[in-house]
Design a protein around this ligand. Structure first.
Ligand code: PLP
Length: 396
């Protein structure tokens, strides 16, 4: 809040939230504190710290000053009480699950999710006696039907990756509340610029900060945001697990966030324009983008989101995987690579990039078609991206 209690706008928060007005040496930027440990002046100083009379740094695995600034900034952007940063999005997912789930507990997933989250639950949490149940994305009745006395967490992405399905956050949160089960939304593809799940009653929001929050394809990080009382135990386990961020990584994230709102406007504009272009193109069978009226989740997206992001998934008409690959290989601006949310556009064929070693049956189960392309629009000029896609589609 400003002096007159007027809430600050999003871009202002992205630049200033979490930062001291006066910084060491009168610098406008935060100094990067390269220290793995922090020293004490006396034994009494140590005892005062242990008895929590003195908030201060202790050891790098429990956090660092640069990380604290970014945590405060991300909590402000998300409208949450507290944020915990990890060294990657997956580390954040693992950290939350390992804190909240014990042997005999159950976690319920909407089935369109980042394949590594699914793999962690099915292959690894299972070894510790945690049961994972998956229901079809958007089937709230099926979700309710599998909730039992041992269910501890309801999980979904929104939008989902790569199908761009959108969760009705009010309904998802209400189901959790009614059954006394906590809810987690991985909102990596939306970011707090486009949706703020906590305001809809969701307990935890998670982001791969590697994507839009960092925004420059030059860092990995993950974050969980929610109420401090619910996150205290999560932060404690993070300090033991050691999935921490270097001060330099946090400086990069803080710097990336300064232009977050500006970048998101262009990602949203590019995503919408590219989706509309592809939707009209005679060589395209289908476009998955929540900003299109034809998208099955457009209504719920319109109600809950202020923009739909830069990720556009589409199917090439009458194309096998090789013909589809020709489109990917013919673009000149987007680079071929995994990830999304950076200033440079990226393109990939999910069949090849993430599901190459899966059986055709599994690919069908996960909805990964041979003719599917995922384009993560960066912040280049819209017209340049469209012209490039147009010439690539002319090649087939
Ligand atoms: N959540 C979503 C939706 C993702 O797309 C990804 C990565 O692609 C992750 C989580 C994992 O994030 P990270 O790569 O930072 O570990």
């Amino acid at each position: 809040m400003t002096a007159n209690d007027r809430p600050q706008g999003f871009s202002t928060l992205a630049i200033h939230a979490g930062e001291a007005r006066l910084k060491p040496l009168d610098s406008i930027t935060d100094p990067v504190v390269f220290a793995s440990t922090y020293t004490f002046t006396s034994t009494q100083d140590v005892i005062d710290f242990i008895e929590q009379k003195q908030p201060r740094e202790e050891y790098g695995r429990y956090g660092n000053p640069n990380e604290k600034v970014v945590e405060a900034k991300l909590a402000a952007l998300e409208g949450g009480e507290s944020a915990i940063l990890y060294s990657s999005g997956m580390a954040a997912i693992v950290g939350l699950f390992m804190t909240k789930l014990s042997a005999g507990d159950e976690v319920v997933f909407f089935d369109e999710c980042y394949h590594r989250s699914r793999e962690f639950c099915n292959k690894h949490l299972a070894r510790f006696g945690v049961v994972t149940r998956q229901v079809k994305t958007g089937d709230y009745d099926a979700m309710e039907a599998v909730i039992g006395p041992h269910t501890k967490l309801l999980v979904s992405e929104s939008p989902t990756n790569p199908h761009m399905s959108i969760v009705d956050l009010d309904r998802f949160a209400e189901i959790g509340r009614r059954h006394g089960v906590e809810t987690l939304i991985d909102a990596t593809l939306a970011t707090p610029f486009n949706v703020r799940p906590l305001a809809h009653g969701i307990d935890y929001v998670l982001h791969s900060a590697t994507k839009y929050l960092g925004g420059h394809n030059d860092l990995l990080a993950g974050v969980i945001i929610g109420d401090e009382s619910k996150l205290e135990s999560v932060r404690y386990l993070r300090g033991i697990m050691g999935a921490v961020n270097s001060p330099h990584n946090m400086y990069l994230l803080q710097r990336g966030l300064k232009t977050f709102a500006l970048r998101m406007r262009q990602h949203n504009a590019n995503g919408q324009a590219v989706a509309e272009f592809l939707d009209r193109h005679p060589k395209i069978e289908r476009v998955y983008y929540a900003g299109l009226e034809s998208h099955p989740y457009h209504d719920v997206a319109k109600r809950t989101m202020s923009g739909y992001g830069g990720l556009v998934t589409f199917l090439v008409k009458d194309a096998d995987w090789k013909r589809t690959a020709k489109v990917v290989d013919s673009v000149k601006l987007p680079r071929i690579g995994p990830s999304l949310g950076g200033v440079e556009s990226l393109i990939e064929q999910p069949l090849v990039m993430s599901y190459y070693q899966c059986t055709p049956e599994d690919r069908e189960k996960f909805g990964i078609q041979d003719n599917m392309i995922r384009l993560a629009c960066g912040v280049e000029e819209t017209e340049d991206l469209i012209a490039d896609l147009s010439q690539a589609l002319d090649q087939i």
